[in-house]
Design a protein around this ligand. Structure first.
Ligand code: GLY
Ligand code: MN
Ligand code: MN
Length: 434
């Protein structure tokens, strides 16, 4: 992503916090896996959004109106020996040259420098509670200034949560962000098609998962979240991630997998028959979910409320389940009583962006948020009927279906970013037969 994109974001944020303020954002810490082995590093999304800087051990400081530079990046120093063992570092020169910092200091010097930057500032904007160690460091720096207050140093007196301003910015995707999300969507689409083509009874859930790893990594993308590859009864476990079982002839396979590109996520679910042909019962449930998804996607347009797609999906699912005699009663009453939750227990979507469950408020005051161009959300209704469900004929058992796509709100309606993976029964069966 272009340097100017990050600069634009920082400038926008600085305008919002105003002169006399300071914003401080920490990078993510490295997480230990065991002994001296670390988990793969994933940058903090807020830090990434404002810097594009993908190293741990860094702190961003924005000081609007500061004469000697408004954007200061603390980061690790260049160190040939450390870099030989652990990989390259941008260093202070790189922070300035490649990441647009006005000034950069070694992270090891932050205790000496940051208190000086806090002096004379009235408001400190900070993401509170995400990294408790960093919170207490900040308090330490403030206390350091307080200790000098008798010599006339001005101590900041207002601490403001940065989350709200920053997360509202993140909710509206720029052209560059939409382009990253479309790229992530394209790669995930390829992976899902590949999975459909390769799937057959006798393979394992993990062998299908491997196809995603292959497709993502060959495009320099990575999983945006742990993939769910659940055959048969495992498709009815919402967060199933073991992906360890054999695939049985006659079962459905539910796959929820998506990659991220430049930190931007895609999030797709498809449910298809392991042997390539939906059974009659599987078809019945699948069609309800597909119709629910279509009705929900139709509701994605500027001016509609966040909850409208969910409402539409709930209506279609409730009516469909009544027709199949899985629910008994009138739609209005069953919806009011949330009877559908026995089979559809999650919501129809979430914001999508740097985080798979992205930031941004869903309500403004007590009203559901209005959809606006540039927002991206998922639409992902489902119906899940585990074995031994009370009062449910066994022909429905172990049918778990979810269909999930990523939808951009456009000025005139919406664009489905992930429409390249078939979701119509005939299209899936044709692709699988190919
Ligand atoms: N993959 C997570 C979700 O669908 O919400
Ligand atoms: Mn999702
Ligand atoms: Mn998903």
């Amino acid at each position: 992503m272009n340097k100017t994109e990050f600069k634009r974001r920082r400038n926008q944020l600085m305008k919002m916090i105003g002169k006399g303020s300071i914003a401080i954002v920490s990078s993510a810490p490295q997480q230990l896996r065991n002994r001296d082995v670390e988990y793969p590093f994933r940058q903090d999304s807020d830090f990434l959004y404002l810097t594009g800087f993908n190293e741990p051990g860094a702190v961003l400081v924005l000081v609007p109106g500061r004469k000697h530079g408004e954007y200061i990046l603390f980061c690790r120093e260049n160190d040939p020996e450390q870099e030989t063992w652990h990989g390259r570092r941008a260093g202070q020169q790189g922070a300035i040259e490649h990441f647009g910092a006005d000034d950069s200091f070694p992270i090891d010097d932050i205790d000496d420098i940051l208190p000086g930057l806090l002096e004379e500032r009235e408001k400190v904007f900070h993401i509170m509670g995400r990294y408790p160690d960093f919170d207490s460091k900040l308090m330490g720096w403030v206390n350091q200034i307080k200790a000098q207050s008798r010599s006339g140093v001005h101590v900041p007196y207002e601490f403001v949560s940065l989350d709200h301003l920053l997360h509202d910015m993140r909710l509206y995707k720029s052209r560059a962000e939409i382009s990253a999300m479309k790229k992530a969507a394209r790669i995930s689409v390829k992976a899902h098609k590949r999975a459909m083509q390769i799937c057959k009874p006798g393979l394992h859930e993990y062998s299908i998962e491997a196809e995603y790893n292959h497709e993502f990594r060959r495009h320099n993308a990575q999983h945006a979240y742990p993939p769910i590859v659940g055959g048969g009864e495992n498709g009815c476990i919402l967060h199933y991630t073991e992906n360890s079982e054999p695939l049985q002839d006659g079962d459905l396979l539910l796959i929820d997998a998506g990659c991220e590109v430049d930190g931007y996520a895609s999030d797709i679910t498809r449910t298809f028959p392991i042997n390539g042909k939906y059974s009659a019962a599987q078809r019945d449930i699948y069609q309800i979910v597909l119709q629910a998804q279509k009705a929900a996607i139709k509701k994605v347009k500027p001016g509609n409320h966040w909850n409208d797609p969910h409402h539409a999906a709930v209506r279609v699912i409730t009516k469909g389940l009544i027709e199949l005699k899985l629910l008994k009663g009138t739609p209005a009453k069953l919806i009011k009583e949330h009877a559908y939750r026995k089979f559809y227990m999650h919501r129809t979507g979430h914001w999508l962006g740097l985080d798979v469950h992205d930031v941004g408020d869903y309500k403004v005051g007590d009203q559901w948020r209005l959809l606006e161009p540039g927002m991206v959300l998922t639409v992902e209704p489902g119906v899940y009927i585990p074995a031994n469900s009370k009062g449910v004929h066994r022909k429905w058992w172990n049918i778990g279906v979810r269909i999930e796509d990523d939808v951009l709100v456009t000025p005139n309606g919406h664009e489905v970013l992930t429409a390249g993976v078939p979701s119509e029964i005939k299209d899936i069966e044709t692709l699988m037969a190919g």
